[in-house]
Design a protein around this ligand. Structure first.
Ligand code: TYD
Length: 138
């Protein structure tokens, strides 16, 4: 977690199965997502323009997809920040452990689908940016 940088996070184009009745994008453990998917959750009813996140994880890996609408993800390794605009249901952002993330600029009605490598565990969170920054730069 300490060594990971924003450059270990990647934007991945997912398969899109297209026909006249619409599209399907599959997400499978260790195929499209490069880890075992243990948990799925989604953020919705986020008021337009609002933000979420504001934490890092010690072990958790995640895949974030704008299943509907759009939002920005600011990833930060304690030295470098990158902003990724997610706005397509066939594009995923892979966030490795040890990266601070802020989610901002949700469009109204948007859905942020999250595939996670671990079950929910509050002990895996780092919610204090000063503590995060010290850990990353020690
Ligand atoms: P948090 O991960 O901080 O949300 P976000 O990053 O979207 O702002 O979680 C917010 C609250 O929801 C926190 O009290 C923990 C709870 N929660 C669960 O109980 N299970 C989960 O799988 C998740 C993601 C959050």
């Amino acid at each position: 977690m300490k060594q990971n940088t924003v450059y270990n996070c990647s934007v991945i184009e997912l398969p899109k199965i297209h026909n006249r009745a619409g599209n399907i994008t599959p997400l499978q453990s260790n195929i499209e997502a490069p880890f075992d998917i243990k948990r799925i959750y989604y953020l919705y009813d986020v008021p337009g323009g609002e933000g979420r996140g504001g934490h890092a994880h010690k072990e958790l890996q995640q895949f974030l997809v704008a299943a509907s609408g759009s939002f920005d993800v600011i990833i930060d390794d304690g030295r470098t920040k990158r902003t990724i605009h997610l706005c397509r249901p066939y594009i995923a952002l892979h966030i490795v452990p040890g990266i601070w993330r802020d989610l901002t600029n949700f469009s109204s009605g948007s859905i942020c689908l999250v595939l996670a490598s671990l079950n929910y565990d509050e002990k895996d969170y780092i919610r204090d940016y000063t503590k995060f920054s010290l850990l990353k730069n020690e």
